[in-house]
Write a protein that binds this ligand. Structure first.
Ligand code: HEC
Length: 258
C-alpha cells in the first residue's frame, strides 16, 4: 500500500498532467486558477477584501483574555504564524485528528469558557485571523510514522475522498479530480489540490464566512447524502487527508469565493 507521501506525489502529478499550463502554486486559488473570467472578477473583489472586518474581529477575540486571565496563546506554540500551517494534526493523547477549530474549542474548555458553535461567527473570525497571520507559510501536515493510529486516520480520510455517496453516487474525487475544470450546471469545478489552503472563505452567495467543514457539508448535501456534523471525526479525517495532499502549499486564507 502506498504511504501518504507517495499518495501526495501522485495527487500533485495528476493535476499537473491535467493542467500543464497552470503553475503549481496557483491551485491554491481554486477555480480562479482555471477560469480566467471568474479570476478577473475575483481580483476586483480582492481590491477591497470582504473578509477584512472578520480578520479584525478575530484578532480582538484572540487577544481578549479569558475570565481566568489567560489567553489563547497559552494553548498554542509560538510564534503565531506557525499555528495555522500545523493543523490538522494528529494528537497522540486523544488518538484523533485535531483541526484548528477543535484546538480553539479545546483551549476554551481547558480555560472553563463555553465552546464556540462550529457554524458561528466567532470561530471563523479566529481562524481567519490566524490564517492571515500565516499567509505565505507552508502547510506542514504530519502523519507520524511511529503511530499506526495516525496512518489509520489518514487512510480513513482518503477512503472518504474516493467513496461514492448519495443519490447522485459521486465521490469527492469524481468532481474535484477527474472532472476538475469542467462544468456542473453553472459552476466550474476546482481541483482538490489546494482546497485546504485558503479557509475560512467569504462567500458572496451567503454574505458570510464559511469553514472548510461547512464546504464539505455543502458538497455532501449536493450529492443528496446526509452530511456529517461539522468537526465530526469523519470530516476531521477527511481534512487530514486533503490537507496532507496540499503539503508545502502556502497558506493564503482567508479568501473570497462566489
Ligand atoms: C457533484 C460535484 C461535486 C462533488 C461530488 C463534490 N463537490 Fe465540492 N464543489 C462542487 C462545486 C460545484 C463547488 C464550487 C466550485 C468550485 O470551487 O469547485 C465545490 C466546492 C468545493 C470546495 C471549495 C473550493 C474553494 O476553492 O474554496 C471544497 C473545499 C470542496 N468542494 C470539497 C469537496 C469534498 C471534500 C467533496 C467530497 C465530500 C466534494 N467537494 C464533493 C462540486 C462537487
Amino acid at each position: 500500500m502506498a504511504g501518504p507521501e507517495e499518495d501526495r506525489l501522485a495527487f500533485v502529478a495528476f493535476f499537473q498532467a491535467r493542467f500543464p499550463e497552470i503553475p503549481l502554486a496557483e491551485f491554491a486559488n481554486g477555480i480562479y486558477a482555471i477560469d480566467s473570467d471568474a479570476r478577473d472578477q475575483w481580483l476586483d473583489i480582492e481590491d477591497f477584501p470582504p473578509y477584512e472586518f472578520t480578520i479584525d474581529a478575530g484578532e480582538t477575540l484572540w487577544q481578549d483574555p479569558f475570565a481566568n486571565g489567560k489567553t489563547y496563546s497559552n494553548c498554542f506554540a509560538d510564534p503565531i504564524e506557525d499555528i495555522r500551517p500545523q493543523y490538522p494534526r494528529f494528537d497522540a493523547g486523544s488518538g484523533e485528528v485535531v483541526t484548528l477549530e477543535l484546538a480553539i474549542n479545546n483551549c476554551r474548555s481547558a480555560n472553563d469558557e463555553p465552546l464556540f458553535a462550529y457554524d458561528g461567527k466567532e470561530i471563523t473570525a479566529i481562524t481567519a485571523f490566524l490564517a492571515y497571520e500565516s499567509r505565505g507559510q507552508k502547510l506542514d501536515i504530519r502523519v507520524p510514522a511511529d503511530d499506526s493510529r495516525a496512518l489509520d486516520a489518514y487512510e480513513t480520510g482518503k477512503q472518504f475522498y474516493y467513496t461514492k455517496r448519495g443519490q447522485l453516487n459521486f465521490a469527492c474525487s469524481d468532481c474535484h479530480g477527474i472532472s476538475s475544470g469542467q462544468y456542473v450546471r453553472a459552476d466550474r469545478l476546482s481541483t482538490g489540490l489546494g482546497h485546504p489552503t485558503h479557509f475560512p472563505v467569504y462567500r458572496s452567495k451567503t454574505g458570510g464566512m464559511v469553514s472548510l467543514h461547512q464546504r464539505f457539508s455543502g458538497c455532501v448535501r449536493d450529492v443528496r447524502a446526509v452530511p456529517f456534523e461539522l468537526q465530526s471525526i469523519e470530516f476531521r479525517n477527511l481534512e487530514y487527508f486533503l490537507a496532507y495532499m496540499s503539503n508545502g502549499f502556502e497558506v493564503n486564507g482567508p479568501a473570497s469565493r462566489k
